[in-house]
Write a protein that binds this ligand. Structure first.
Ligand code: DLL
Length: 444
């Protein structure tokens, strides 16, 4: 087991010291934001809370929560806490609905963010000996820029590929002997599949590690990618609103992701009431950026559902760990009254030997929700008789029913007919949205 840290004094700080540091930073940050962000000052005033009311970490629950809706209201400059001339960078979310979230960074903010990504790379075994192929999208998306900056800080040779052009990814991977691949798990699975098609076996490349995140992925998906690429796959988490990737990362124990607590304070709340839940409870993750200068969000609701644990980790890091988020509360579908996450379907597919790239179609017919799942049949099953295919569809249907509690209709479709993803995979088509049916989690 490697035991390297990028910033050991922070990463292994005793828990009581981390809490003291967080308390000190929180008290200062709340005053800084109150004085510099009118939008948040108004929210605090409306709640009747002043910076001097925040004297310890527990006082944080007195502060208002922020949501994506607030960021849209304040778009584009309303959350900026410093003069624009102090900012050196803008990044943005992929923004599938409504206005994009635009985040600003000072040079100190960029440094902090890149340090967090460097910690993730070192925790995955990276060093100056490595060639890091960054196949997350560059541009407004934070994946490319974040891992790129982290890779520089570690001193790795950095290959800024961006996502897409899989042919070229494979050629550079082979020619330049990449050792670490950074991209979304769905793109990693696609690269693995493309390598196999070209007759490469896992041992044919020099890759040893993958650092994958930006979307939910299951343990089954991890095994699948590890086998197809012949690597150890690590998870990395983050969001544009807090900086980007690197808010949390996996160590070699792969038992949850360590949250960089010297920079981010994490809470779990009940998504319906906003109440803070005790440690170990499942709920919505909320972050406070403790030392960001340009875009310092306090109590930002991520919509990600997870659990935090302070159980000791044998890697020596003392930072709290978050479980893999099982999906965003706004990815969750309510089908016939049952909560369904796409990741649950993905897990069943992989467990039954199918590829994870399915298409999930939800609709409402005669006032009843319908769930259809298109799944690619295995290439060797393509010549099966219709009778055998129907039997396999029924088997998969029953495995999914056992997982979800509701009956789907499974369609086995020809191999390679479902679009592959180079970034974040979009697997769900919810036709009920067109009907104006509210199928989201109720909140606030
Ligand atoms: O996805 C930042 C990122 C880039 C993280 C590269 C990791 C690697 P956004 O586009 O703002 O930022 O999307 C943030 O993606 O709230 C989660 O719902 C989801 N997400 C990110 N990482 C993970 C992960 C980037 N490891 C949103 N597991 C977050 C599950 C993840 N979901």
């Amino acid at each position: 087991m490697h035991k390297h840290y990028f910033q050991p004094e922070a990463e292994t700080m005793p828990v009581n010291e981390i809490k003291k540091l967080q308390e000190y930073k929180l008290i200062h940050q709340v005053r800084y934001v109150y004085e510099n962000v009118e939008y948040y000052r108004n929210l605090m005033d409306a709640k009747g809370v002043k910076p001097e009311d925040i004297t310890c970490l527990a006082d944080i629950s007195k502060l208002p929560l922020l949501s994506k809706a607030d960021l849209r209201d304040a778009y584009p400059y309303g959350m900026l806490a410093t003069d624009i001339k102090n900012c050196v960078r803008i990044q943005s979310t992929s923004g599938t609905t409504g206005k994009r979230v635009v985040a600003f960074y000072t040079q100190n903010d960029v440094d902090m963010w890149e340090d967090c990504c460097a910690r993730a790379i070192v925790a995955a075994g990276g060093s100056e000996d490595d060639v890091v192929q960054v196949a997350y999208g560059y541009g407004l998306f934070t994946g490319g820029a974040g891992l790129h900056g982290g890779s520089h800080k570690v001193g790795c040779l950095t290959l800024p590929m961006s996502s897409g052009n899989t042919e070229r990814q494979i050629q550079f991977m082979m020619d330049l002997q990449s050792t670490i691949l950074c991209c979304t798990p769905s793109y990693a699975a696609y690269i693995g599949e493309s390598l196999k098609e070209r007759g490469y076996k896992p041992g044919y490349n020099t890759l040893k590690v993958g650092i994958f995140g930006a979307e939910p992925w299951t343990e089954e998906m991890r095994h699948d990618i590890q086998n197809s690429l012949g690597i150890k796959a690590y998870d990395i988490y983050g969001l544009t609103e807090t900086s980007g990737p690197g808010v949390a990362f996996e160590c070699e124990c792969q038992n949850g992701m360590h949250i960089n607590e010297d920079h981010f304070y994490a809470e779990i709340i009940d998504p319906d009431t906003g109440e803070v839940l005790p440690e170990g409870s499942k709920g919505e993750l909320v972050f406070t950026a403790l030392d960001k200068e340009a875009f310092p969000l306090i109590r930002y609701r991520t919509r990600d559902i997870t659990v935090l644990t302070r159980e000791k980790c044998s890697c020596g890091r003392t930072f709290v760990r978050m479980h893999k988020p099982m999906g965003r509360s706004d990815d969750m579908m309510i089908i016939r009254g049952v909560n369904v996450f796409p990741s649950q379907i993905e897990a069943v597919l992989l467990n039954n030997g199918y590829a994870p790239n399915s298409q999930i179609i939800v609709d409402r017919v005669n006032n009843t929700d319908t769930l259809d799942i298109n799944v690619e049949m295995l290439p060797e099953d393509f010549s099966d008789t219709p009778k055998v295919i129907t039997k396999k569809e029924k088997q998969l249907q029953s495995a999914i029913k056992t997982m979800l509690g509701i009956n789907p209709i499974v369609h086995l479709v020809a191999p390679k007919t479902i679009a592959r993803s180079e970034g974040k995979a979009v697997r769900v088509i919810d036709k009920r949205k067109k009907l104006g049916i509210n199928i989201k989690f109720s909140r606030q």
